[in-house]
Design a protein around this ligand. Structure first.
Ligand code: ADP
Length: 495
């Protein structure tokens, strides 16, 4: 089976969030199952700087206002084939995949990701002059959204999967861009790419892809609701009713292993947690917190509204009053940074804050923490709560999306439904109770650390999905258990 996995981030080279980690983990896990999966990624400056051997394999012509480009082949150290969309005027700039150094989105993001989508469609349709053509095209989030549409407009019948990692980001641009992006006028329609008189890349993907997946079964149901469907719930409901919407939980990288993570000052295992305590001492010292025998609550997060940091701020004083301390690491919107800075300054001995993106520090804080706070307003899947369980830091999380699907309330963490300071504090009080009972704490940590969250389970489910789309059956022995949730059936049952 051959799969082209088109993405705007790949952790090996360029990453802005969880998508980069998924793009690094899932294709490799599929490869281990024997799938010939190749990644398609824009050749950002940081990618060019990191890859050693690049070979040009073909040139693609432009269309409408979309520039021509080259497709180059590179390989990661462990042999994953990465096709790079090379067009310096679009991708060679300082900044993240989506924004300049000052954090503002690039004004030509529509062209940048239309180019990625069009390249994906041309390779998938076998029109790229390459000696490789996939059986399935798998695209991710709005940057890949136009690819299933371009394929359909070309009349090509290659099965397509769109995975939504976060429906809140939709890739909107003005209707005047229809011609520039090579979109047929007739497709600027409610049954097409139009969303409230604008072009929506994500809507295009939803409308034209053969199958839509999200990164957890609960989030798959949530995006069919008005509350969390970001205005697209009508369409997602239809897709669900047709049996074309499902949820597959992400995995985490195997390097999240507390017994061998090179970033940890002290290693530990479920049956010997002395190293965990030693890591807590290192983190407390590093953040200038006072010595304490109370619980340490960790926060590792993008600092955005979604993550509920305001709810943490509402609860922090009570956590400290009850004997807890908080170690925070994050980067994001300046208002949230200022709010957390003020909070940390007013509790210098008990609340520490590091602003920045620092993976070694993220791992140390998670390894040091007794509990991790995740009061996300919504969370399509979430990786931090899985990483935290592996490291014996019991997550305290809002019962939403992937948090609800990956935390066993009262066994491997704590879930709360009332999204407020009160709700979070109630869950924290349960955590304080467990912290005071050494036997229960040990039991919960053992249960949390025993969970693997390997990518292999997700890869088996995606392989089954691809096989169904191309009408091929995988041998029974390698088929995934039927864990993928058919949202349609659940919606019908609920009705
Ligand atoms: P999202 O993709 O919405 O940011 P996830 O929980 O799915 O949230 O993934 C976040 C990933 O990014 C986790 O691996 C987490 O450890 C990492 N991360 C988030 N913020 C930081 C940070 N400031 N420094 C280092 N790693 C971070």
């Amino acid at each position: 089976m051959k799969v082209l996995f088109a993405t705007s981030e790949l952790a090996d080279y360029a990453k802005a969030g969880g998508l980069g980690e998924v793009s690094a983990g899932l294709p490799r896990a599929l490869q281990r199952r024997g799938v010939d999966v190749r990644v398609l990624l824009p050749a950002y400056s940081e990618v060019i700087a990191k890859v050693s051997d690049i070979v040009v394999v073909t040139h693609l012509s432009g269309r409408a206002g979309i520039q021509p480009c080259s497709i180059c082949e590179a390989r990661t150290i462990d042999g994953l084939v990465v096709y790079l969309v090379l067009e310096p005027s679009l991708y060679q700039r300082a900044g993240s995949p989506y924004a300049g150094p000052e954090g503002r989105d690039w004004p030509d993001n529509d062209l940048r990701f239309a180019r990625l989508s069009l390249a994906a469609a041309e390779i998938a349709a076998g029109r790229a002059g390459m000696n490789w053509q996939p059986d399935v095209l798998h695209v991710n989030d709005w940057p890949g959204g136009l690819a299933p549409a371009y394929l359909r407009w070309q009349g090509a019948r290659v099965p397509t999967v769109l995975t939504i990692h976060n429906i809140a980001y939709q890739g909107l641009c003005d209707r005047e861009r229809v011609g520039t992006l090579g979109i047929p006028e007739s497709a600027f329609h409610i049954n097409g790419v139009e969303f409230h008189d604008r072009v929506s890349f994500l809507k295009a993907g939803l409308f034209y892809a053969d199958h839509v997946s999200t990164v957890s079964p609960t989030y798959a149901r949530e995006i069919t609701t008005e509350a969390l469907g970001a205005g697209l719930h009508g369409l997602t409901r239809d897709i669900a009713a047709e049996g074309r919407l499902s949820g597959i939980v992400n995995g985490i990288d195997e390097s999240w292993d507390p017994s061998r993570d090179p970033h940890l000052p002290h290693h530990f295992e479920a049956d010997d947690l002395s190293g965990k305590q030693a890591n807590a001492d290192v983190v407390r010292t590093g953040l200038c917190l006072r010595h304490s025998d109370g619980p340490l609550f960790g926060v590792v997060s993008r600092l955005v509204h979604q993550k509920g940091l305001d709810i943490i701020a509402d609860t922090a004083r009570d956590i400290v009053r009850e004997g807890g301390q908080i170690a925070m690491l994050g980067l994001g919107d300046p208002d949230t940074e200022h709010m957390l800075s003020r909070l940390a300054r007013s509790h210098r001995d008990d609340i520490g804050l590091l602003i920045g993106y620092n993976e070694p520090m993220a791992r140390r804080i998670v390894a040091a923490s007794d509990f991790c706070l995740m009061p996300s307003r919504f969370e399509p899947c979430g990786l931090t709560q899985m990483q935290a369980q592996r490291y014996g830091a019991l997550p305290i999380a809002h019962r939403t999306g992937g948090l609800a699907d990956t935390i066993e309330d009262g066994e491997t963490g704590f879930l709360f439904s009332d999204l407020s300071g009160e709700g979070l504090l109630g869950a924290c009080r349960r955590a304080f109770g467990v912290f005071d009972d050494a036997d229960v704490l040990a039991e919960m940590r053992q249960a949390a650390m025993a969970r693997s969250f390997h990518w292999s389970a997700a890869a088996a489910e995606y392989e089954l999905l691809y096989s169904q789309l191309i009408g091929r059956r995988v041998p029974q022995a390698t088929a995934a258990p039927a864990r993928r949730t058919a949202v349609a059936a659940e919606l019908q049952a609920a009705a």
